[in-house]
Design a binder for this molecule. Structure first.
Ligand code: ADP
Length: 599
């Protein structure tokens, strides 16, 4: 598929054309800026050649209208779709969306949330619709990747009326964070959904994102792109109390304070320059303001990395991107300094000479360091093209029915756990065979105890496992008073402790999870159904009253498995499934994005 990507800002236009296949390639790239009466400057790269100069184009609209000619002159024809960067998708747009008049109208209502960004983005959509009336127009939102952030990360502790009016955290740079997390996982050679990554995007705008097993669970920008890190001209985190102080003591209006926080703060407020290269040069020459600015910039980023490692309960990799993250070895070093206690140590030589050509993602951690440190150039345009292509793949439902089984709370015990609970040398008694070959429920039961309460007569499933794993529903978590994470079976790092009580003793064990829904299948059924191990699918449950789609269902292929989807009791209740049911597969787009490879 050949996708035209349009990133229409307030003062510049960036365009790319990508051939999206198994290996994606950028066949055309252009930027237009410095619009003045009658002209603008441009840079166009195509067929390995770059041309720069002045063009007689008044404004961004004129540059867009002239684009088909520029493309045709370079042999770039037969486009399949246009992908647009839209900064704010609000609560309405949680994923890439094919645009029509009604969706465009909804995006227009989001203007108050991003007054500087969404209007020019939408101008690009309007003009593109006129220039390419027969092509699908697709919106890729900066906020969408963060739509998985839980309420504890998106909620401000403010009056209900404000929250009811839409005040909440959204986060930005989502396309960049998603791209670099995928790129880091490819470099490490481990599926993204098995990694805990902190993505650090340091450009003129800057943000950090906690990418926990493939999903954003928190990010440093909030309702607006003002929150979080120190940026080129933006303050990042401040005490909201400063509004009252500046109003009372200095007679500044809210507009004046807001304007200063957006445009005269950050590096610019601290040093007079918003450009990190200037600031670093001046610091080297001994300028105390510049030295403080650099220290503050690094300190804030380091605090967020630590905070997000804590939020995820683990850290496998830190990825640096954006103009500063990609190009400033000294800033990367300052940020990482002091994080050795978390297993994060840089190799100073490798940090000094990163080569980012050809979408490189070099690792710069010290030999033997537990946490990887990766640098890579962000590629938001490529990501927008990929997402656009994925959104346009035919959404044909695969009708093959998938049997669904409901798993009530249960435990898998290790040998040590069996002996602690039932006595030395004790062997569990298989009582009921399960559908998966070799699996059974034991006649013995255990009790679970948490700070708030107990769950009695919890089933034990055999055979024994190397590590104890306790699977409960979210509702069970409330009864116990323990916040268990949603995890795939076996992914137990950093999981909470719970007390198991048996007839012969008690055992405090970690391994408490809410099991992520999954489909067991065997290689034959997998190939018949077009399923791949480790990917995610959506499963549609048809029911007149409570039908729903279970998203992000993990495919687990193993030699003798019986094809069956496992959900927990909360999920079953939501779909009104009593003991068993059938579902049908629908294609999943995020799995496709994760699998795609780099040019
Ligand atoms: P934007 O967020 O506008 O896309 P960029 O990602 O291009 O911005 O980042 C711009 C920032 O990167 C500027 O502060 C610039 O000084 C900084 N930068 C670019 N190259 C270097 C470098 N070699 N060393 C330090 N900072 C750099």
């Amino acid at each position: 598929m050949k996708i035209l990507v349009i990133n229409c800002g307030s003062s510049s236009l960036k365009v790319g054309v990508f051939e999206i296949e198994e290996k994606s390639t950028e066949v055309f790239k252009a930027s237009y800026e410095k619009f003045e009466a009658g002209s603008c400057s441009y840079e166009i790269t195509s067929g390995g050649k770059t041309a720069t100069g002045e063009a007689p184009l008044n404004d961004i609209a004129a540059a867009l209208v002239a684009l088909p000619r520029s493309l045709a002159d370079r042999g770039v024809t037969k486009l399949d779709a246009v992908g647009h960067r839209i900064v704010h998708g609000g609560e309405d747009f949680r994923t890439t969306t094919v645009l029509d008049e009604s969706t465009i109208k909804v995006i227009e209502t989001l203007t108050p949330l991003a007054p500087l960004h969404n209007p020019p983005n939408l101008l690009g959509v309007r003009i593109a619709k006129e220039v390419w009336p027969n092509l699908p127009q697709v919106a890729v939102f900066d906020t969408a990747f963060h739509s998985t952030n839980p309420p504890r990360a998106t909620t401000y502790a403010v009056p209900r009326t404000w929250r009811d009016a839409g005040l909440r955290r959204f986060g930005f740079h989502g396309t960049s964070h998603k791209y670099v997390a995928i790129r880091a996982a490819e470099e490490i050679g481990v599926p993204l959904r098995d990694l805990q990554i902190v993505s650090v995007h340091l450009g003129n705008g800057a943000s950090v994102c906690a990418v926990n097993y493939g999903e954003s669970i928190d990010t440093s920008m909030g309702m607006t792109p003002l929150e979080g890190l120190v940026m080129g001209t933006r303050s990042g985190d401040v005490d909201p109390g400063l509004f009252g102080f500046l109003s009372r003591q200095h007679r500044l209006s809210i507009m004046e304070v807001e304007e200063a926080l957006y445009s005269d703060s950050g590096l610019k407020g601290l040093t007079g320059s918003s450009d990190m290269r200037d600031v670093e040069d001046r610091a080297r020459e001994g300028d105390a303001d510049a030295q403080l600015a650099i220290a503050l910039f690094a300190y804030r980023a380091r605090k967020y990395i630590g905070a997000y490692a804590a939020a995820m309960g683990g850290l496998d990799a830190v990825v640096f991107t954006g103009g500063i993250g990609e190009n400033s070895p000294s800033m990367r070093r300052r940020i990482c300094d002091g994080l050795e206690f978390m297993g994060l140590r840089l190799d100073h030589d490798r940090n000094q000479v990163v080569d980012l050509a050809n979408h490189g993602a070099p690792q710069i951690q010290a030999y033997g360091a537990r946490v990887r440190v990766i640098v890579t150039r962000t590629a938001e345009q490529l990501m927008i093209a990929r997402e656009t292509a994925a959104a346009l793949k035919p959404m044909t439902s695969v009708p093959a029915p998938i049997p669904i089984a409901v798993s009530a709370r249960h435990v898998h015990l290790s040998r040590r756990a069996v002996e602690a609970l039932f006595g030395a040398g004790y062997q569990l008694t298989p009582a009921v065979s399960l559908r998966q070959p070799g699996k059974w429920a034991a006649s013995e039961r255990v009790m679970l105890e948490g700070p708030k309460g107990r769950l009695e007569r919890v089933a034990i499933l055999g055979p024994e496992r190397p590590r104890t794993q306790i699977e409960i529903s979210r509702t069970d978590g409330f009864a116990l008073g323990i916040d268990a994470p949603v995890r795939d079976s076996g992914k137990l790092e950093g999981t909470p402790m719970v007390r198991l009580i048996g007839p012969a003793g008690i055992l405090d064990s970690d391994g408490l999870i809410v099991a992520a829904r999954h489909i067991h299948t065997n290689p034959d059924d997998a190939s018949r159904l077009g399923l791949m191990d480790g990917t995610l699918v959506d499963v549609h449950i048809e029911d007149e009253e409570r039908g729903l789609v279970f998203g992000k269902t993990l495919i687990r292929v193993s030699a003798n498995a019986v094809t069956e989807m496992h959900i927990d009791t909360d999920e079953a209740n939501a779909a009104d499934i009593r003991i068993s049911a059938e579902g049908s597969l629908v294609p999943d787009l995020s799995a496709l994005a994760v699998r795609s490879t780099e040019p």
